[in-house]
Design a protein around this ligand. Sequence first.
Ligand SMILES: [Zn+2]
Length: 75
Amino acid sequence: MQSPFELRTLTALSCGCVVADFHARMMHVELVSVEAQGPHCELENHRAGQVLGLGVSDELDTHQLDMLAATQTAA
Ligand SMILES: [Zn+2]
């Protein structure tokens, strides 16, 4: 059986957290979740396993991941 989610990239944010970018094979969307929390990160929404957002496949890049994290922080 093939997993419905494919890990595409791991990105280290400026706060020290690592976010994972998963591709949902069936839906052509990207799912971004926090894979590991940075030891000095104080952002409440940056917990391991926390989903930060969804995006359309191939439209997410590292810069957008950072922007996404920043947006979530402000909310
Ligand atoms: Zn963080």
